[in-house]
Design a protein around this ligand. Structure first.
Ligand code: GUN
Ligand code: FE
Length: 454
């Protein structure tokens, strides 16, 4: 890959509350996709010696800017064909009636390949440069998903879903042993996909994916906990305190372990720690929050799914998570969430936080534009333990970026950019009303992998 040099406007997060908006920055990306220079103004001139001779030069016109790629911390790849379906159903009924029949189709490898090709392309087009994917429970389909991420150039965690009970026979795994064996095979396969260079392999990592405790026997949870303990490079993702119906059923299945909190339950199997990604976390006691914080787990906040499918209108206490220093990222939860768009998730995170401010009588202040952008980029990178690689444009990180265009000719939904708009206003217009037509180029590790530019 040729090195690249970008001249123009760059926007990324300096901190949770603060954006860095640079109108005349210079970014140099080397042949490995690493950011090797980041000059913040025209005066801060780059020395010619540091520009690789064969670099491709990109000069962003007015109205275009670079932002870091979006990080989706919770995404069910096999639910992509059913996004938005099953509104009004509570979580366990939604799984039984809508979700399991769709996921069962992934027993067929050719269906899986065709569908996952579209799935990964769709998320890339919407600027999701990194995703934490749940596969279905099928090992072969999950290996195919990992291969497609590598082929299409998306950074991803890919996990074979574990579920050996409380699911219809047509999709339930036969035993904990089968599930663990297939998980191990799947992990080995993903770590050495045939015919892949090291740099391509580095894009995709396996992740342990027990669906949730309801669908996993204690033996299975323990086996996965053992695997996590034995392997420092394995993350774990599951659904956590998502809905009343789910919490109640979990307590009935684990009357002792889950009596006080699902945190105690998952911790008892060795599944909680800095590499754990807990989706939803909507109904959280102080004790739940204390444990999640003390164990350094990350939260995948999925505001669209929380307020549509699965159990009504639930608003995770994100402000309190942030106050306590808990890591928070955003998730499409595609298909519990109806959208592939991280932009829609960011907007819904703001709406949800407005509701939370009202319900908490002003105690939990709503989230600002700066904050939701941070959650969609750096926050997600932290939740996935990738913050030294992605999430912003710091030197040494990989160049995972979106080039945003705001010209009127695009016919996008975006509120028009007008003469005299500041860079901050144009950015706000894009986040609040833009769409994939405004995402002209999507880069992962310095390579252009998608975008609306023809
Ligand atoms: N809990 C267990 N499985 C699922 C799932 O697929 N989606 C959501 N939203 N919650 C779950
Ligand atoms: Fe989910």
């Amino acid at each position: 890959m040729a090195p690249k040099i970008f001249y123009g406007a760059v926007i990324h997060s300096k901190s949770l509350e603060e954006l860095e908006i640079l109108e005349d920055a210079t970014l140099v990306v080397d042949a490995n996709g690493d950011i090797v220079e980041f000059k913040k103004s025209r005066d801060d001139a780059i020395t010619m010696a540091s520009i690789p001779k064969d670099a491709e030069v990109y000069r962003l016109p007015r109205g275009e800017f670079l932002i870091p790629g979006f990080v989706d911390t919770h995404n069910h790849a096999p639910q992509w064909p059913m996004r938005g379906l099953g509104q009004g159903l509570h979580i366990l009924d939604w799984l039984e009636q809508v979700t399991f029949p769709v996921e069962a189709r992934f027993a067929d490898a050719s269906y899986a390949r065709a569908t996952y090709e579209n799935t990964v392309s769709d998320f890339l087009r919407h600027g999701i440069t990194t995703a934490s994917y749940y596969g279905s429970r099928h090992a072969e389909a999950t290996r195919i998903l990992a291969e497609i991420c590598v082929e299409k150039g998306q950074r991803a965690f890919v996990g074979k879903c574990n579920m050996d009970r409380h699911a219809p026979e047509y999709i339930c795994e036969r035993s904990a042993d089968d599930s663990l064996r297939e998980t191990e095979e799947c992990i080995s396969h993903i770590r050495q996909l045939p015919g892949c260079s090291q740099s391509k392999l580095a894009l995709v990592k396996p992740v342990l994916t027990p669906r949730f405790a309801i669908c996993c026997t204690p033996d299975l949870l323990q086996g996965l906990g053992n695997m996590m303990k034995a392997d420092d490079d394995l993350a774990m993702q599951t659904h956590f305190n998502e809905a009343e119906q789910e919490i109640q059923a979990t307590r009935e299945l684990f009357p002792d372990l889950a009596a006080r909190s699902e945190a105690d339950l998952y911790e008892s199997f060795g599944l909680l720690g800095p590499r754990s990604i807990l989706a939803h976390c909507t109904i959280m006691t102080d004790y739940d929050k204390e444990r999640v914080c003390a164990l350094e787990c990350g939260v995948a906040h999925c505001p669209i799914a929380n307020m549509t499918v699965g159990g009504g209108f639930m608003v995770a206490p994100v402000r309190d998570f942030l106050r306590r220093g808990i890591k928070v990222g955003l998730g499409t939860d595609s298909g519990g969430g109806w959208a592939s768009q991280m932009l829609a998730v960011m907007r819904q995170a703001m709406i949800a936080s407005n509701a939370r401010e009202v319900v908490s009588q002003g105690q939990d202040k709503s989230l600002s534009l700066e904050e939701v952008f941070y959650l969609a980029t750096m926050g997600g990178a932290k939740v996935m333990g990738l913050n030294d690689r992605i999430g912003s444009f710091d030197i040494g990180k990989q160049f995972d970026a979106l080039q945003i265009t705001t010209t009127q000719r695009l016919d996008s939904a975006m509120t028009p950019r007008e003469h005299g708009d500041s860079a901050r206003i144009v950015f706000e217009k894009f986040i609040m009303s833009g769409d994939d037509r405004n995402i002209s180029d999507v880069y992962v590790g310095g390579r252009r992998v998608a975008g609306s530019r023809v």
